[in-house]
Design a protein around this ligand. Sequence first.
Ligand SMILES: [Zn+2]
Length: 427
Amino acid sequence: MLRRSARGIAALFIASLLTLAPLARAEHTDAGAGDGGIAEGAHAIDGGAPPSPAKTVESEPASVPAAAEPGAGAATDEEASEGEDEDAADAPPDDEEEVGAEEEGSHCFEAASAAPSEPPPFAELSDEELSARLMADPRALGSMSLGRTNSGALIGGVQMLSGERWEVINPRESWGTFETVDFIAAAIDKVHEKFPGSARVRIGDISDENGGDIAPHLSHQAGRDADIGWFYKEGLPSEWATRADANNLDLPRSWAFLRAFITETDVQLIFVDRKIQGMLYEYALSVGEDRAWLDKIFQYPTHACAGIIRHARGHLNHFHVRLHARKAQELGRRAYRFLLAKGRIRPPVTYVRVKVKRGQTLGRLAKQYRTTVSAIQRANGLRSTLIRAGKDYRIPRKGGVEYIPDPVSVPPRRRPPFNPSYDRPTG
Ligand SMILES: [Zn+2]
């Protein structure tokens, strides 16, 4: 259980900085994404409470990072905290979540045979053209997924609203990239294709309209993560928190659902409690799925292989899917410098200047600003832990958006061998 400690002040502060000026309506042209509503365009959101009373805020670097942010360890503590947790039974039902293992994963799959060198999205636009287009309309080129899922932002996203086939729990946090909402809708549609008349599923949090930190999640910051409820035998359960078990889980539909994410979308990973993995794995075998393929997809039963479906505590009432959003990620990467220069996003680390009061200690400062003693020492070139009252010190604060130097690489889809239960032979 890795519930994030409240970073309320920082989150509100970031939110207020990220709030964009009123923007043109998003163009969502994909009409075939199911019956559900996908809202277009933006509505103004409030930036929350006023920012913290911290003194001067300076951004670093003042201009733009040339490449990876040195010392921008925004993800380190979170990445370190990933890992197996055998005590799944102890986890509270709604607990979020995992994290870490952000990009890579899937080391059980052979390295993707270098995809036939398809140019990345927007390669035809020079940086100058790209900036000009964004200057005219920040949403002109589509959604932007920035940074990492645990230190990111979303610009120009689309809001997923309840529809005939799904119910959105909290529309305030149901924003994703175009690709994200299209993929989710496509996976749900695939289940309905196989099982017409299926009940609705619930969609939990995706991201905030601007991305960034939303409690209690560690990720969900870049418009590419979604919490999604299972299909249950009795249809839509009365509560989101309803845990799936051998009695109530609709195995045929729930397996078809996960399978659809694997075959129909650019899925990166899916967090599923190990107990439910076991039920789905055995069910999949019973309907003729290839065991070798399943062993690469599931972490269950060997736990040896971090495939697509991985264990994380708290994923009994829902699963968590992380999707690649090739266009939105590449656009976010290309636009990062421009957005940083315009103050639309914050760098991973910013510095606050604080005048030290009598009696204050480094430890207390570190606690107050949610950083560490050594980080403050580094930022001020201190060799000891002595600080002097009345003197200004720079306090580093995390919480901004990390720069991703490399273009996103989406591995080929891991399609299963032919299975007559799912694939009808075509002429
Ligand atoms: Zn989640």
